[in-house]
Design a protein around this ligand. Structure first.
Ligand code: AMP
Length: 252
Protein backbone atom coordinates (compact mmCIF):
# COMPACT_ATOMS: atom_id res chain seq x y z
CA UNK A 1 0.00 0.00 0.00
CA UNK A 2 1.45 3.31 -1.05
CA UNK A 3 0.05 6.32 0.79
CA UNK A 4 0.74 9.88 -0.30
CA UNK A 5 0.23 12.51 2.41
CA UNK A 6 -0.03 16.20 1.57
CA UNK A 7 1.24 18.40 4.38
CA UNK A 8 1.16 22.16 4.73
CA UNK A 9 3.37 24.24 7.02
CA UNK A 10 1.31 26.69 9.07
CA UNK A 11 2.16 29.23 11.77
CA UNK A 12 2.17 27.60 15.19
CA UNK A 13 -1.49 27.82 16.26
CA UNK A 14 -0.35 28.66 19.82
CA UNK A 15 1.35 31.85 18.67
CA UNK A 16 -0.38 35.11 17.86
CA UNK A 17 0.20 36.39 14.33
CA UNK A 18 -0.05 40.09 13.55
CA UNK A 19 -1.46 41.78 10.49
CA UNK A 20 1.13 43.80 8.55
CA UNK A 21 0.94 47.59 8.75
CA UNK A 22 -0.50 47.85 5.22
CA UNK A 23 -3.12 45.15 5.94
CA UNK A 24 -2.03 43.10 2.92
CA UNK A 25 -0.45 40.18 4.75
CA UNK A 26 0.29 38.67 8.11
CA UNK A 27 3.71 39.03 9.69
CA UNK A 28 5.38 35.63 9.87
CA UNK A 29 8.91 36.67 10.81
CA UNK A 30 9.88 35.04 14.10
CA UNK A 31 6.73 32.89 14.08
CA UNK A 32 7.49 29.18 14.35
CA UNK A 33 6.08 27.17 11.45
CA UNK A 34 4.72 23.71 12.24
CA UNK A 35 3.00 20.91 10.33
CA UNK A 36 -0.71 21.73 10.07
CA UNK A 37 -2.31 19.66 12.89
CA UNK A 38 -4.75 17.87 10.55
CA UNK A 39 -1.82 16.95 8.29
CA UNK A 40 0.00 15.46 11.29
CA UNK A 41 -3.06 13.28 11.83
CA UNK A 42 -2.88 12.28 8.16
CA UNK A 43 0.81 11.34 8.51
CA UNK A 44 0.05 9.32 11.66
CA UNK A 45 -2.75 7.45 9.89
CA UNK A 46 -0.54 6.68 6.89
CA UNK A 47 2.13 5.24 9.20
CA UNK A 48 -0.45 3.07 10.99
CA UNK A 49 -1.79 1.84 7.64
CA UNK A 50 1.70 0.99 6.36
CA UNK A 51 2.73 -0.75 9.56
CA UNK A 52 -0.66 -2.40 10.12
CA UNK A 53 -0.68 -3.90 6.65
CA UNK A 54 2.91 -5.02 7.09
CA UNK A 55 4.51 -2.96 4.36
CA UNK A 56 4.26 -0.29 1.75
CA UNK A 57 5.44 3.27 1.58
CA UNK A 58 4.46 6.63 3.03
CA UNK A 59 5.43 9.58 0.87
CA UNK A 60 4.89 13.13 2.17
CA UNK A 61 4.55 16.08 -0.16
CA UNK A 62 4.34 19.79 0.34
CA UNK A 63 3.78 22.54 -2.19
CA UNK A 64 5.28 25.97 -1.68
CA UNK A 65 8.43 27.60 -0.45
CA UNK A 66 11.64 25.56 0.01
CA UNK A 67 11.54 26.87 3.59
CA UNK A 68 9.06 24.00 4.18
CA UNK A 69 11.94 21.52 4.50
CA UNK A 70 11.80 21.39 8.36
CA UNK A 71 8.11 20.47 8.28
CA UNK A 72 8.80 17.71 5.74
CA UNK A 73 11.60 16.50 8.03
CA UNK A 74 9.14 16.44 10.95
CA UNK A 75 6.92 14.05 9.00
CA UNK A 76 9.97 11.98 8.02
CA UNK A 77 11.04 11.91 11.68
CA UNK A 78 7.59 10.57 12.61
CA UNK A 79 8.34 7.70 10.21
CA UNK A 80 7.40 8.67 6.65
CA UNK A 81 9.72 7.08 4.09
CA UNK A 82 10.49 9.98 1.77
CA UNK A 83 9.44 13.49 0.89
CA UNK A 84 8.69 15.63 -2.14
CA UNK A 85 8.86 19.41 -2.14
CA UNK A 86 7.10 21.06 -5.05
CA UNK A 87 8.89 24.36 -5.00
CA UNK A 88 6.83 27.40 -5.94
CA UNK A 89 7.33 31.07 -5.21
CA UNK A 90 4.51 33.48 -4.58
CA UNK A 91 0.99 32.98 -3.28
CA UNK A 92 -0.86 29.82 -4.34
CA UNK A 93 -4.57 29.32 -3.89
CA UNK A 94 -6.19 25.96 -3.18
CA UNK A 95 -6.85 25.30 -6.84
CA UNK A 96 -3.20 25.81 -7.80
CA UNK A 97 -2.05 23.58 -4.92
CA UNK A 98 -4.53 20.86 -5.95
CA UNK A 99 -3.38 21.05 -9.58
CA UNK A 100 0.24 20.63 -8.52
CA UNK A 101 -0.66 17.78 -6.17
CA UNK A 102 -2.48 16.13 -9.04
CA UNK A 103 0.79 16.04 -10.98
CA UNK A 104 2.49 14.39 -8.03
CA UNK A 105 -0.32 11.81 -7.81
CA UNK A 106 0.04 11.11 -11.55
CA UNK A 107 3.74 10.57 -11.00
CA UNK A 108 3.60 8.53 -7.81
CA UNK A 109 0.43 6.51 -8.44
CA UNK A 110 -0.46 6.05 -4.73
CA UNK A 111 -3.28 3.76 -3.57
CA UNK A 112 -4.52 6.40 -1.14
CA UNK A 113 -4.01 10.15 -0.77
CA UNK A 114 -4.46 11.59 2.71
CA UNK A 115 -4.85 15.29 3.40
CA UNK A 116 -5.95 17.33 6.38
CA UNK A 117 -9.57 18.41 6.33
CA UNK A 118 -8.31 21.98 6.44
CA UNK A 119 -5.18 24.00 6.98
CA UNK A 120 -5.56 26.00 10.17
CA UNK A 121 -3.86 29.11 8.75
CA UNK A 122 -6.66 30.07 6.36
CA UNK A 123 -9.23 27.32 7.15
CA UNK A 124 -10.01 26.90 3.45
CA UNK A 125 -11.11 23.25 3.50
CA UNK A 126 -10.76 22.96 -0.29
CA UNK A 127 -7.64 21.19 -1.49
CA UNK A 128 -8.71 17.57 -0.83
CA UNK A 129 -12.05 18.06 -2.55
CA UNK A 130 -10.54 19.83 -5.57
CA UNK A 131 -7.81 17.21 -5.89
CA UNK A 132 -10.35 14.36 -5.88
CA UNK A 133 -12.38 16.16 -8.55
CA UNK A 134 -9.32 16.75 -10.73
CA UNK A 135 -8.31 13.10 -10.43
CA UNK A 136 -11.85 11.79 -10.84
CA UNK A 137 -11.27 9.68 -7.70
CA UNK A 138 -13.75 8.89 -4.93
CA UNK A 139 -13.31 11.05 -1.86
CA UNK A 140 -14.27 10.99 1.80
CA UNK A 141 -13.89 14.15 3.86
CA UNK A 142 -13.84 14.72 7.64
CA UNK A 143 -12.85 11.11 8.29
CA UNK A 144 -12.52 9.80 11.85
CA UNK A 145 -11.99 6.08 11.12
CA UNK A 146 -10.52 4.11 8.22
CA UNK A 147 -10.88 0.36 7.79
CA UNK A 148 -9.57 -1.72 4.90
CA UNK A 149 -12.03 -4.23 3.44
CA UNK A 150 -12.21 -6.62 0.48
CA UNK A 151 -8.58 -7.64 0.91
CA UNK A 152 -7.42 -4.02 0.79
CA UNK A 153 -9.23 -3.13 -2.44
CA UNK A 154 -11.70 -0.86 -0.65
CA UNK A 155 -11.91 1.24 2.48
CA UNK A 156 -14.82 1.80 4.81
CA UNK A 157 -14.68 5.11 6.64
CA UNK A 158 -16.61 7.06 9.25
CA UNK A 159 -17.18 10.71 8.37
CA UNK A 160 -17.99 13.35 10.93
CA UNK A 161 -21.03 15.29 9.77
CA UNK A 162 -23.28 17.81 11.48
CA UNK A 163 -25.88 15.05 11.85
CA UNK A 164 -23.46 12.54 13.39
CA UNK A 165 -21.25 9.81 11.95
CA UNK A 166 -21.76 8.65 8.38
CA UNK A 167 -20.16 5.37 7.26
CA UNK A 168 -19.37 4.99 3.57
CA UNK A 169 -17.32 2.62 1.42
CA UNK A 170 -14.89 3.68 -1.29
CA UNK A 171 -12.89 1.75 -3.86
CA UNK A 172 -9.19 2.57 -4.02
CA UNK A 173 -7.47 4.68 -5.16
CA UNK A 174 -9.23 7.40 -3.21
CA UNK A 175 -8.73 10.76 -1.53
CA UNK A 176 -9.42 11.04 2.20
CA UNK A 177 -9.28 14.12 4.41
CA UNK A 178 -8.69 13.68 8.11
CA UNK A 179 -10.69 14.92 11.06
CA UNK A 180 -9.53 15.42 14.64
CA UNK A 181 -10.71 12.14 16.13
CA UNK A 182 -9.00 9.87 13.58
CA UNK A 183 -5.96 9.36 15.80
CA UNK A 184 -3.48 11.04 18.10
CA UNK A 185 -0.25 11.73 16.23
CA UNK A 186 2.95 10.42 17.74
CA UNK A 187 5.91 12.61 18.65
CA UNK A 188 9.04 12.05 16.64
CA UNK A 189 11.64 10.08 18.61
CA UNK A 190 15.29 11.17 18.75
CA UNK A 191 16.41 8.25 16.54
CA UNK A 192 13.55 9.21 14.18
CA UNK A 193 14.81 12.80 14.01
CA UNK A 194 18.35 11.62 13.27
CA UNK A 195 17.17 9.18 10.60
CA UNK A 196 15.00 11.87 8.99
CA UNK A 197 18.08 13.95 8.17
CA UNK A 198 19.23 11.26 5.75
CA UNK A 199 15.87 10.47 4.15
CA UNK A 200 15.28 11.54 0.57
CA UNK A 201 13.49 14.81 -0.14
CA UNK A 202 13.08 15.30 -3.87
CA UNK A 203 12.68 18.93 -4.89
CA UNK A 204 10.69 19.53 -8.05
CA UNK A 205 10.09 22.89 -9.64
CA UNK A 206 6.41 23.82 -9.83
CA UNK A 207 7.10 25.69 -13.08
CA UNK A 208 8.06 22.37 -14.71
CA UNK A 209 4.57 20.98 -14.02
CA UNK A 210 3.12 23.05 -16.86
CA UNK A 211 0.22 24.12 -14.66
CA UNK A 212 -1.37 27.57 -14.66
CA UNK A 213 -0.65 28.83 -11.15
CA UNK A 214 -2.34 32.21 -11.47
CA UNK A 215 -4.53 32.50 -8.37
CA UNK A 216 -8.28 32.49 -8.86
CA UNK A 217 -8.69 33.80 -5.35
CA UNK A 218 -7.34 37.23 -4.40
CA UNK A 219 -7.00 38.27 -0.79
CA UNK A 220 -8.09 41.90 -0.57
CA UNK A 221 -7.11 42.65 3.01
CA UNK A 222 -6.38 41.16 6.40
CA UNK A 223 -7.89 42.48 9.59
CA UNK A 224 -7.14 41.50 13.17
CA UNK A 225 -10.06 39.84 14.93
CA UNK A 226 -11.76 42.20 17.33
CA UNK A 227 -10.79 41.49 20.94
CA UNK A 228 -13.54 40.05 23.12
CA UNK A 229 -15.20 42.33 25.63
CA UNK A 230 -15.11 41.11 29.21
CA UNK A 231 -17.98 38.91 30.40
CA UNK A 232 -20.33 39.66 33.25
CA UNK A 233 -22.03 37.31 35.70
CA UNK A 234 -25.68 38.14 36.35
CA UNK A 235 -27.67 37.23 39.45
CA UNK A 236 -30.56 35.45 37.78
CA UNK A 237 -32.54 34.95 34.57
CA UNK A 238 -34.68 38.00 35.22
CA UNK A 239 -31.63 40.26 35.31
CA UNK A 240 -30.29 38.63 32.13
CA UNK A 241 -33.53 39.33 30.30
CA UNK A 242 -33.55 42.92 31.57
CA UNK A 243 -29.97 43.51 30.41
CA UNK A 244 -30.60 41.92 27.00
CA UNK A 245 -33.66 44.13 26.57
CA UNK A 246 -32.56 47.44 28.10
CA UNK A 247 -28.77 47.49 27.60
CA UNK A 248 -27.89 45.18 24.69
CA UNK A 249 -31.24 45.94 23.04
CA UNK A 250 -31.38 42.51 21.39
CA UNK A 251 -34.76 41.66 22.92
CA UNK A 252 -37.96 43.55 22.17
P1 AMP B 1 -6.99 23.72 2.75
O1 AMP B 1 -7.94 23.29 1.69
O2 AMP B 1 -6.03 24.80 2.30
O3 AMP B 1 -7.67 24.08 4.06
O4 AMP B 1 -6.04 22.48 3.07
C1 AMP B 1 -6.54 21.18 3.26
C2 AMP B 1 -5.41 20.18 3.18
O5 AMP B 1 -4.82 20.25 1.88
C3 AMP B 1 -4.24 20.44 4.13
O6 AMP B 1 -4.48 19.89 5.42
C4 AMP B 1 -3.12 19.69 3.41
O7 AMP B 1 -3.25 18.29 3.59
C5 AMP B 1 -3.43 20.01 1.95
N1 AMP B 1 -2.70 21.22 1.53
C6 AMP B 1 -3.14 22.51 1.51
N2 AMP B 1 -2.16 23.33 1.07
C7 AMP B 1 -1.08 22.56 0.84
C8 AMP B 1 0.24 22.79 0.38
N3 AMP B 1 0.67 24.01 0.08
N4 AMP B 1 1.08 21.74 0.24
C9 AMP B 1 0.65 20.48 0.53
N5 AMP B 1 -0.57 20.20 0.97
C10 AMP B 1 -1.43 21.21 1.11
Amino acid sequence: MKVLVAIKPVPNPDERVKVSADGHSVVLENVKMVVNPFCEIAVEEALRIRDGLGGGEVVVVTVGSPSADPQLRTALAMGADRGILVSAEGPLDGFAVARLLRRVVDDEAPDLVLLGKQAVDDDNNQVGQILAALLGWPQATFVSRIEFVDGGARIRVDRETDAGLETIGLPLPAVVTTDLRLNEPRYASLPGILKARKKEVRVVDAAAAGVDLAPKVRVLAFEAAKGRKGGRIVADAAELVRLLRDEAKVLG
